[in-house]
Design a protein around this ligand. Structure first.
Ligand code: ZN
Length: 310
């Protein structure tokens, strides 16, 4: 049964005074008021009522691991720089664009691949172990849920830790490609700048021009990260698979996503059609706010860690 949506008031008195976010990564987390006790009670009630929770996560979860998101006001990549994420058609069409993409990605990889799951990822894994969480869908491509040990997981937009060949479809580990980059570019030097959500970094065009990009060892085809670039679509089987997991669930919790991208939002529309209870934990407005019975503003790790999954 659908409960009426509650309007929440943020109180000035903080529930928790100490931040669980390590110093140094705070700059990627948008500013927000500390979540009030009443919101936490309502979220606790929501989670307690759910038996088979369907969770969908986004970039807001990974900002607490030090990975910037694209859209957050003031701190997201759109706000801080004039760079835009790689477009699928451009990657396919342009060898120069692929060279630029891989050169930056090569430089960013050691740092990007070293990010670790934060307390939000770990909490969601514990909820799975306790049988509360039925399925987790993430829009993130940073592998942090799998690093946290999540089993029932769909990486909706793929994962930067895998590489696919556009010729033969072979999947390989990104780490192996890094070794091939090093072997092909023994004296290549460049200074890395800031790291973007997809592992991209900022370097000069002239540095890019001498970077050598390997092709598929099986067929000579073009190598691409196994991620859905902007302008591409999630394959039909994956979408149907997630709809099936949603239909087995009894409540939906959105964590750290504004749901601006349709590929994730469509599952909220489906949940709305089924009259499933929906709660959203996110800093700032989301596209699905009108579908949710509960909206909580706060840092994912801090809020989730005080919720009892039983
Ligand atoms: Zn191939």
């Amino acid at each position: 049964m659908r409960l009426p949506r509650r309007t929440l008031t943020l109180l000035t008195a903080p529930v928790r005074s100490a931040s669980s976010v390590p110093a140094g990564v705070l700059s990627f987390v948008p500013a927000c008021s500390t979540t009030d006790a009443h919101s936490l009670e309502l979220l606790q009630d929501f989670v307690s009522r759910a038996r088979r929770l369907f969770v969908i996560t986004g970039a807001g979860l990974s900002t607490e691991s030090g990975i910037p998101d694209y859209r957050s006001e003031g701190v997201g990549l759109y706000a801080r720089t004039d760079r835009r994420p790689m477009q699928h058609a451009e990657f396919i069409r342009s060898a120069k664009s692929r060279q630029r993409y891989w050169a930056r990605n090569f430089l960013g990889w050691p740092q990007f691949s070293s990010h670790q799951p934060n307390s939000a990822h770990k909490t969601l894994r514990r909820w799975e172990e306790r049988g509360k969480l039925h399925w987790l869908v993430t829009q993130n491509v940073d592998a942090l849920h799998s690093k946290a040990g999540q089993k029932g997981l769909t990486e909706l937009h793929g994962c930067t830790h895998r590489v696919t060949c556009l010729g033969c479809g072979a999947i390989s580990a990104r780490e192996e490609l890094q070794a091939r980059f090093v072997a092909l570019n023994p004296v290549w030097r460049a200074q890395a700048g800031g790291v973007a959500p997809d592992g991209d970094v900022f370097i000069e065009d002239e540095q890019v021009q001498t970077f050598r990009v390997p092709s598929c060892e099986n067929c000579g085809g073009i190598l691409k990260p196994e991620v859905t670039f902007f302008g591409d679509t999630v394959n039909r089987e994956t979408v149907q698979f997630v709809h099936d997991r949603l239909s087995e669930s009894d409540a939906v919790l959105v964590v750290g996503s504004s749901l601006q991208v349709y590929s994730g939002y469509r599952f909220l529309m489906a949940a709305g059609d089924r009259k499933m209870p929906i709660a959203i934990l996110n800093i700032g407005p989301t596209r699905a706010d009108h579908l949710a019975e509960l909206k909580v503003s706060g840092r994912c790790g801090e809020v989730l860690s005080v919720i009892n999954p039983l």
